[in-house]
Ligand binder design. Structure first.
Ligand code: HEC
Length: 108
């Protein structure tokens, strides 16, 4: 019985450790690099590679969140949306929320 309790505690400990590691992996600046956002929108969302691509820094969090979800889900489409759609299937809704919050906090 005691060893069973120890096993459960050990399992819980490992589970908690894994959760904290995944939360650490959600560092927005790292995500922005890893998900290749920087390649099109530039450092800190301020220097898009093409003039047709949007600047992201300092826009309202709710707006950024909606636009990313709309592009991901195909509700927003125009001549350039497909470039970003190809990336958004790799970005979870949780990560979108983290990125929207971070980008809105950056100075324009
Ligand atoms: C291959 C280029 C490319 C990549 C990579 C890319 N985007 Fe985009 N993004 C675009 C383009 C082009 C648009 C404009 C599309 C449109 O008008 O529908 C856009 C639009 C946006 C918008 C809406 C901005 C606005 O003002 O309406 C947000 C927010 C955004 N991107 C965030 C991101 C984030 C965060 C990532 C990384 C997870 C990312 N993008 C990766 C090209 C890219």
């Amino acid at each position: 019985m005691i060893s069973q309790t120890r096993m459960i505690s050990a399992t819980l400990f490992v589970a908690l450790l894994m959760i904290s590691v995944s939360v650490l992996a959600m560092d927005p600046a790292t995500l922005y690099h890893e998900r290749t956002c920087i390649a099109c929108h530039g450092a800190e969302g301020k220097q898009p590679v093409m003039e047709e691509y949007p600047k992201l820094a300092g826009q309202a969090e709710a707006y950024l969140l909606t636009q990313m979800k709309d592009i991901k889900n195909g509700y927003r489409t125009n001549a350039h949306s497909v470039a970003m759609q190809n990336v958004m299937h790799l970005v979870s809704d949780e990560e979108i929320a983290v990125l929207a919050k971070w980008l809105s906090s950056l100075p324009e």
